[in-house]
Design a protein around this ligand. Structure first.
Ligand SMILES: C[S@@+](CC[C@H](N)C(=O)[O-])C[C@H]1O[C@@H](n2cnc3c(N)ncnc32)[C@H](O)[C@@H]1O
Length: 257
């Protein structure tokens, strides 16, 4: 089954999930993010993987997609990128259920599994069982330094020796707030951001997400025990390891042998 043929099942699952929860219709952007835009998002990740680790294929690998949401990205990795096996985990049982239903409907469920797990522990994911862990737009939802440290330790634990982690998410060092596009509020401490937001009407996401800079993420990854840590800002579609400013950041690390 190709991803192209699986798209309708994943789009429909997003709609069904919204309706079942009384949330009405999902936005076109939400549907597209889990449908036609997935290929581009996945190819971008592979580009980053190659730039940071020198390996540009998933052939033969057990891939963990950490924080898999509606499951579309994990499905693409299984359907199009020849991963041997893909496991998607998410803390929300409702999203895991939606992902499972879509994968089954699309006939993609033989090398693809979704299960409930918290990024901070990855309970039920066996130690040294994953060749490549991908955290795409998920670690930013850990709102304290301790939670990020716990998640990085959990990712290290599930990787095989020499296994790699790839992290991709909004960068702290950017000019506009990633969710509301308001200028600079994300760079202020939480209390100040709240005060500025009240005066200006700008919306901020303090408390809901915690953004880190490329050097900040690199330090956290080294603290957790990763080797070959490389983190940079996305600039012009590539990872820059000299200028840390850019809307997104990408990082990779290796579990030492
Ligand atoms: C923006 S979505 C990204 C989905 C997917 N990785 C992608 O790129 O399409 C972030 C996901 O992280 C999940 N998440 C947030 N905190 C988590 C935690 N502590 N443990 C596991 N998943 C978590 C959310 O439930 C959500 O599904």
């Amino acid at each position: 089954v190709t991803w192209e043929r699986a798209i309708p099942a994943f789009e429909q699952a997003v709609r069904d999930h919204h309706r079942a929860r009384g949330q009405g219709e999902p936005t076109a952007a939400t549907v597209a993010t889990n449908g036609p835009l997935v290929a581009k998002r996945a190819e971008n990740l592979i580009h980053v993987l190659e730039a940071l680790t020198g390996r540009g294929t998933l052939t033969g690998l057990h891939v963990l997609e950490a924080g898999s949401g509606y499951g579309a990205l994990a499905a693409y990795l299984a359907a199009e990128l020849e991963a041997e096996r893909v496991t998607g985990v998410d803390v929300r049982a409702d999203l895991v259920e939606s992902a499972r239903a879509a994968a089954a409907e699309a006939g993609l469920d033989d090398r693809l599994t979704y299960r409930v797990a918290d990024l901070r522990s990855l309970e039920d994911v066996a130690g040294a069982s994953v060749d490549l862990a991908i955290a795409n737009n998920s670690l930013l939802y850990l709102t304290t330094r301790e939670d990020l440290d716990a998640a990085l330790a959990a990712l290290l634990r599930v990787l095989v020796p020499d296994g790699r982690v790839v992290i991709y998410q909004a960068n702290l060092l950017r000019l506009s707030e990633p969710f509301s596009a308001a200028p600079l509020v994300h760079l202020l401490p939480a209390r100040l951001a709240g005060a500025v937001a009240r005066v200006t009407g700008w919306r901020h996401s303090h408390g809901r997400v915690r953004l880190v800079s490329p050097p900040g993420l690199a330090r956290a990854m080294r603290r957790a025990g990763f080797a070959d840590v490389r983190v940079g800002a996305m600039r012009g579609g590539s990872v820059s390891r000299s200028v840390p400013v850019g809307r997104f950041l990408a990082g990779a690390g290796r579990r030492p042998t």
